[in-house]
Ligand binder design. Structure first.
Ligand SMILES: [Zn+2]
Ligand SMILES: [Zn+2]
Length: 380
């Protein structure tokens, strides 16, 4: 055995490898130590890491799994490098973006979604995506005050409890307002000691092992585990489906659409879907979690017709042609679903990629039997 192999976690023998695919979003105080635990798990063959941030020197004290060599590096790159070094047989994908910018095809391909996110808004986005894709989701959080750790397990389904089932009006009022402004201040550091994040990661890993290793029918749905390590307390609560929950709990029926976003226009995509649903008119296509922007306006008075998904508007596209300042989407031009007839031919014929589409994005259609999703080719 060579020296490099001696320094790595041995590859799991193929017969025993479950080869499960896990998406981990958020690589902070919880996600960084969790990434290492996932790398060492015999159940996992593929790991997708999602974060938009960079490690800073301040993270060294509060976050296990972060080294001085990681400072200044994007979190996904730093953790992917560690994971590959530790286990070369693991397929690791690093995505430097926010969870909510990811095409839905990325979630559908996964067996489990794990999150350690810094805002309520992002957790809500994770909740919606887990349900749309029908992927089990384990979320965790820590609280410096009282030294508390929380791990929540959600098993998407119409009658299953979701994150929002436990929310009250105050939770909705304190959601960070994100649109139409695309920039957001980073969340305040929690100030929690590193052991809390590491404990949350370990508890999350234990729940992940149950979901990945067990017969799915045996996994109990919807629970919250609360641990107060300094007072040696552990509470487990069975979550309840709240009948008036503001989230509709819908999971999508997904169909693959033989369509790559590079060479196809929105008009052509629309035709493809229309052919599959000949009885459904008018037909309106949405993209889950996003809206279409059709007009930008500048403070100087200039405006511009566009056709782009709001979360994929490139900074270059926002520059005012008259004064160079950043233009903003016009509220009334934003639509959650569009028909090909809503667009002038020039915009209808734009390649999907120019409208902000990415490989694996879904377009959805509301029908009497629920929400249908059509997935563009995830690989290009
Ligand atoms: Zn709910
Ligand atoms: Zn201007």
């Amino acid at each position: 055995m060579n020296e490099a192999a001696n320094n790595q976690v041995p590859a799991v023998p193929p017969s025993a490898r479950a080869g499960k695919h896990v998406v981990l979003a958020g690589l902070g105080a919880i996600g960084a130590p969790l990434c290492e635990l996932l790398t060492r798990s015999e159940y996992i063959g593929r790991l997708t890491l999602v974060d938009y941030d960079v490690y800073e020197a301040a993270n060294l004290r509060g976050q296990a799994g972060v080294d001085p060599a990681d400072v200044g590096m994007t979190k996904v790159f730093a953790q992917a490098r560690k994971a590959r070094r530790l286990r070369p047989d693991l397929v690791v994908e690093a995505i430097n973006a926010r969870l909510e910018e990811l095409p839905m095809g990325r979630f559908r391909a996964a067996d489990l979604l794990l999150t350690g996110l810094d805002s309520k808004g992002s957790r809500r986005e994770a909740n919606q995506r887990a349900w749309w894709a029908g992927v089990p989701w384990i979320d965790a959080g820590v609280k410096a005050e009282g030294r508390l750790v929380r791990v929540s397990v959600f098993m998407p389904g119409v009658s299953q409890p979701c994150l929002e089932c436990g929310w009250d009006d105050h939770d909705y009022e304190t959601l960070a307002v994100k649109r139409p402004c695309l920039k957001e201040l980073p969340a305040e550091p929690t100030g929690a000691p590193a052991y809390l994040g590491a404990l949350a990661a370990a508890l999350q890993m234990a729940e992940a092992e149950t979901i990945l290793g067990e017969d799915p029918g045996r996994v109990e749905a919807g629970k919250e585990i609360l641990v107060a390590p300094r007072s040696h307390k552990l509470y487990v609560t069975a979550l309840r489906r709240f009948s008036s929950c503001r989230f509709d709990h819908e999971t999508c029926q997904v169909h693959s659409l033989e369509c790559s976003i590079g060479g196809v226009s929105f008009g052509e995509l629309y035709e493809k879907v229309a052919r599959q649903l000949p009885d459904l008119r008018p037909l309106r296509l949405g993209v889950p979690g996003m809206v279409f922007v059709r007009q930008l306006k500048c403070g100087c008075g200039a405006d511009k017709a566009v056709f782009c998904l709001d979360r994929r508007l490139a900074p270059g596209a926002l520059a005012c042609p008259r004064c160079g300042a950043e233009m903003a989407p016009v509220g009334f031009s934003m639509l959650s679903a569009v028909s090909a007839e809503d667009l002038p031919p020039k915009l209808r014929d734009l390649p999907l990629s120019a409208a902000g589409f990415r490989p694996g994005d879904w377009v959805t259609v509301r029908t009497e039997s629920g929400l249908l999703a059509f997935e563009t080719n995830p690989n290009e």
